[in-house]
Write a protein that binds this ligand. Structure first.
Ligand code: 0O2
Ligand code: 0O2
Length: 225
């Protein structure tokens, strides 16, 4: 096994474990028939090429080391998507109350968006991974954002590849405007949140109910074929 594989193994373990734990939180809301503040969860270990780029940017030697583990806080990265802006605070509170991780830093790019227009709430956590050599504390970055923020960030990220991080002014401006429009959409949806959630609860009940009436039903249940 290579040096990098050995270095990254506990990060992979942390991402896998946290993904299961966060998806589990969503399931617990579902079990209690409560609208979940978490829509979906993704996770990844930073690809070696991105670790290389970031180490160059930060002036850290590109080699597995304690310095790299300390300075690159997003080698383990999790993303939690929410329907509404208000859900983000709920999710952050859920994280604050967990006793299997420790929050070391919070970055609020929602009330203070980045110059690019990027919005998200970042939480850096310290998470203990049980390895065959004992416990190892791993830093992980959890990005919490709405679906609209995620839509914008995914597209901007792809464009970043195309333009190698240097956007023409016109594109930059249009992206900033698009980010603002996405945020307006979030605000608008928040204002009709109760209506939306009522409709979603109704839809879920309708979908799951064995007594749902369909045209052609004889006894109120689904038509048997
Ligand atoms: P479930 O039951 O749908 O949660 P993975 O290793 O596959 O678990 P990874 O690689 O971190 O996850 O990210 P991936 O594959 O992009 O997406 C993770 C989960 O998020 C998958 O569900 C996707 O279906 C879900 N997902 C991704 N994009 C969206 C989206 O836009 N909307 C919604 N609602 N879900 C999305 P799982 O893990 O397969 O199972
Ligand atoms: P990738 O490909 O997502 O891994 P740091 O450099 O991490 O010590 P910094 O730059 O202040 O400190 O970190 P920040 O901005 O808190 O978090 C960096 C991550 O946030 C990025 O990781 C992106 O995932 C996301 N991000 C930050 N700004 C933007 C933006 O303008 N557009 C998009 N699409 N994402 C952003 P990486 O490593 O840059 O990329």
């Amino acid at each position: 096994m290579g040096q990098w594989d050995r270095f990254l193994a506990p990060y992979k373990q942390a991402v896998d474990e946290l993904k299961i734990k966060f998806k589990g939180m969503r399931r617990l809301y579902e079990t209690d028939n409560i609208n979940s503040p978490i829509e979906f969860v993704t996770g990844r270990v930073k690809p070696i090429a991105s670790i290389y780029d970031k180490s160059l940017e930060k002036g850290i030697p590109f080699e597995p080391s304690d310095e790299l583990a300390r300075e690159l806080q997003d080698i383990a990265g999790l993303r939690m998507m929410c329907q509404f802006v208000g859900d983000i605070e709920t999710v952050v509170d859920l994280l604050r109350n967990r006793n299997d991780l420790r929050i070391v830093e919070e970055k609020d790019y929602i009330s203070r968006e980045k110059q690019s227009g990027y919005r998200s709430y970042h939480v850096i956590v310290e998470y203990p991974v049980q390895t065959i050599n004992g416990e190892q504390l791993i830093l992980a970055e959890i990005q919490i954002r709405t679906l609209a923020m995620n839509f914008w960030a995914s597209i901007e990220h792809s464009l970043n590849y195309k333009y190698k991080g240097v956007f023409p002014d016109e594109i930059k401006l249009r992206l900033q405007r698009a980010a603002e429009a996405a945020f307006q959409l979030d605000e608008e949806m928040s204002q009709i949140r109760d209506e939306i959630q009522e409709a979603q609860a109704y839809f879920t009940e309708f979908k799951d109910s064995p007594r749902t009436h369909f045209p052609g039903d004889q006894e109120g249940g689904r038509t048997k074929r």
